[in-house]
Design a protein around this ligand. Structure first.
Ligand code: SF4
Length: 393
């Protein structure tokens, strides 16, 4: 038994061509996942490089080095890698998933492209739908060689608590922004807590972040009686979570007086993916989606297609005022969803708008479409309220 473990350890050591101490780790940008991931990896003793946030410059770099038809997230991920490698990274982390979605091929494609560009690096893959805690720990061991259980405890506690703190701050930002009395209060509070979350280095303090964030947001003066329509933001994972890619749609909607409820939150998703099923007692987002989409889809076909349909039906049955569906150009699972959505919208009586994003998407046209949709949703809400008041009368 001992011999077997020793052999495995030696084999793994041989496979790790870069010694742990010399590894400089990087991963793609997506929203603020850099904050918890950095905390986790640094706790395990790793050196990390964080590429700059997604921008026009990154997009241009990604487009230049990708094949034309590939989806937008790949182009930005590739640019993130190039920028990180230029800043000294030698180990790249990648999240991959199986199914009909092209994400399963991203790693190999990115690896091939980067090697052909002359970069030398090691790529560590996290297969999120296969991995549970055990595989995830192995992948982290692979890049850090950390064997100290206390460091793992600290890293995972910090990481998870920071993920949940960011989710809480985002939800409160979405609720407060359309109701705040002084424009900018909610945004300033959110930015302040992002900074504090990033700087928190003790597990005890990280555990208290959520409560402190809620208390601080409660202090912002808001108009509680303001009529605010609720719009669900649904669609493809990456575009939902990355504000550059979705052109900061949450902020735009908030400033138009709409409360956004994004249906994919990173902390929730990670908890479901990593937590052993024995300890995950609630219904997951995927399970809820399968239940609600059964009249329109027979099975999941990859990406977030089934979540898109399930969330729309769920929203209609729970009094939500409208749906904005966002997806990257050429994303197959969301193209399927987009074709089913008009039927769902008609039969469930809920306004739905689909927005497809790519590197050509212009801000002005995009905002005009959102404004027109928000007007429609507000009008429909007013009519419904009027009808309700007549009925009550
Ligand atoms: S879900 Fe769509 S955009 Fe996202 S990786 Fe898959 S194919 Fe690309």
């Amino acid at each position: 038994m001992y011999m077997k473990a020793a052999e495995k350890f030696e084999k793994n050591k041989m496979e790790n061509k870069i010694p742990a101490k010399e590894r400089i780790i990087a991963w793609p940008r997506m929203g603020r996942i850099d904050i918890p991931l950095k905390a986790l990896l640094v706790s395990l003793g790793a050196n990390v490089v964080i590429p700059p946030a997604n921008s026009n410059e990154a997009l241009e770099l990604g487009v230049r080095n990708s094949i034309e038809g590939i989806c937008l997230p790949y182009k930005l991920n590739l640019a993130n890698y190039i920028m990180a490698l230029d800043k000294g990274a030698n180990t790249l982390m990648m999240f991959q998933a199986p199914g009909s979605c092209r994400l399963g091929n991203y790693t190999k494609m990115a690896q091939k492209t980067l090697k052909s560009m002359g970069y030398d690096f090691d790529m560590v893959i996290f297969d999120m739908y296969k991995s549970k805690m055990k595989q995830t720990l192995q992948a982290f061991w692979h890049v850090t060689h950390c064997i100290n259980p206390f460091r793992y405890y600290k890293g995972f506690s910090l990481g998870f608590n920071k993920f949940f703190a960011i989710d809480t701050a985002e939800r409160l930002l979405f609720y407060t922004r359309p109701r705040e009395l002084h424009k900018g209060d909610a945004e300033a509070c959110y930015e302040k807590w992002l900074k504090i979350t990033d700087e928190t280095n003790s597990v005890w303090k990280a555990k208290g972040l959520k409560k402190r964030i809620i208390e601080d947001f409660k202090k912002i003066p808001i108009d509680k009686n303001k009529e605010v329509p609720v719009i669900y933001l649904i669609g493809e994972f990456f575009v939902l979570l990355d504000p550059y890619t979705n052109q900061n749609i949450e902020k735009e909607l908030g400033e138009m007086g709409v409360e956004v409820q994004r249906q994919i939150m990173f902390g929730d998703w990670l908890e479901h993916v990593l937590k052993p099923s024995l300890f995950y007692r609630k219904e997951s987002h995927r399970e809820r989606s399968v239940r609600y989409s059964k009249d329109y889809m027979k099975r999941a076909i990859g990406g977030e297609c089934i979540e898109t349909i399930g969330d729309t039906v769920y929203a209609a049955k729970h009094g939500v005022d409208g749906i904005i569906h966002i997806s990257p150009f050429s994303c197959m699972p969301e193209i399927v969803a987009q074709n089913i959505l008009p039927k769902v919208s008609r039969e469930e009586d809920i306004p739905v708008m689909s927005l497809v994003l790519d590197e050509q998407t212009g801000k002005a046209g995009y905002i005009t479409r959102i404004e027109a949709f928000v007007d429609l949703v507000k009008r429909k809400k007013r009519q419904r309220n009027k009808l309700l008041s007549y009925t009550t009368y």
